[in-house]
Design a protein around this ligand. Sequence first.
Ligand code: PHE
Length: 455
Amino acid sequence: MSTKSQFGSKIGLIAATVGSAIGLGNVWRFPAETQANGGAAFLLLYIACVFVLGVPVMLAEFSLGRGGRSDAVGVFKKLSPGKWWWIVGAVAILASYLILSYYMVVAGWTAEYLWQSITGNLYDAVHNSDIAASDAAFASRMNQYICSDTAPLLFTYAVIIINIIVLLGGVQKGIERLSNIMMPLLFVLLLALCAVTLSLPGAGEGLKFFLSPDFSKIDAGTVVNALGQTFFSLSLGMGILITYSSYYPSDTRLTRTSVIVSLMSLLVAVMMGCIIFPAVTTFGLDRHPLEGATLVFVTLPEVFAQLPASQLWSTIFFLLLFVAALTSTVSIAEVSIAFMQDRFKMTRLKSCMIVMLPLFALSAVCSLSFGSLESLKVFGMTIFDSLDAFTTNILLPLVSMGVCVYVGWFAPDGLLRKQITNDGQIRSRITSAVYLIIRYVAPLMIAAIMVSKLV
Ligand code: PHE
């Protein structure tokens, strides 16, 4: 036993990593951020951040994972025994587990909306062409589907169970197989929705907002938001990429992989923009802010209600959302499972259970924080919101900072260089640039994000 698991094929490892990266960050956070930050100029800034910072930081995580071939704590213990760097990995595991507990709930909502679309309940009694009336109808549906106690909880449990089934299958037969099916499906669904929204009468106007930049909209706040979006949407700072890359074979080309993953994640974000902006301008829904949850659970159902075959488009959209969320939950759960397996030499079954079963309680608390537990506040926020704020504003930047400082300055000699060049077997022209970014640029930018979030 205890030879480390590996992905079985190149396509599979890319599908799994892309599956992790593509999540609610691309599908709902990106359009909302783009709208709030002035449209196309934000898109350009985001693209720049992905390549200038995202790819190098991703390479740093990859070199830790494949160089150390262990879980997020184990890589630091192996590479720098007797030092305290493993704490960076421990914070990553803590962050990933907390995120997992509330992300499961959101994944549960996507499952619930998928179900309500399939059964037609979502559109029952909303055949109203009056936008104000249908706005109210879908807002009250959201209230009913998300803020009641029982139904959201049951759907969250269903998603936890699906996760357990996949994760029990292990790296190749579980995660890789799921991703190989889900990722092509995701792109087909996206293309279908793009075809519909791009043929709407207001498509041109919507695309103009999304694609023709107004640089006067860029200020320090926009830059910080683009940076935050980059880290979240590429799954950086969560220990996921360290864990997944520990399953990469030694001939995997890390630079190529990181560029492909970033491009795919970007492509999905851009396609989502091409779906959402034409749709909301066509129906005059772009006047109110497209905030995350309302955007996908109120605004888009309203759009679908205006189209022929509402139920079909709605089903396709929520299936897309569900697929995106599922491959992300699996990846973030794997961080803790790998930790249990590697650190405590547990079997897959035992580590899966120890990681997943407590979620039935933890995620329940997060889910109920929209219902019965709404009045329970931590720092003035619901439990759900406080977990989200604590992890994304504090823990994730801390981990990314730790990874950059470690790989840039303290890792065993030339770790990054060796990993990027597969131990000197392939040439790389970007190594020095990556070092420069990891050592100086990225830590400064991450510090800027933290300071601005805390102030
Ligand atoms: N990149 C993911 C997303 O966009 C981030 C994430 C991964 C979040 C896994 C939670 C779990 O949603």
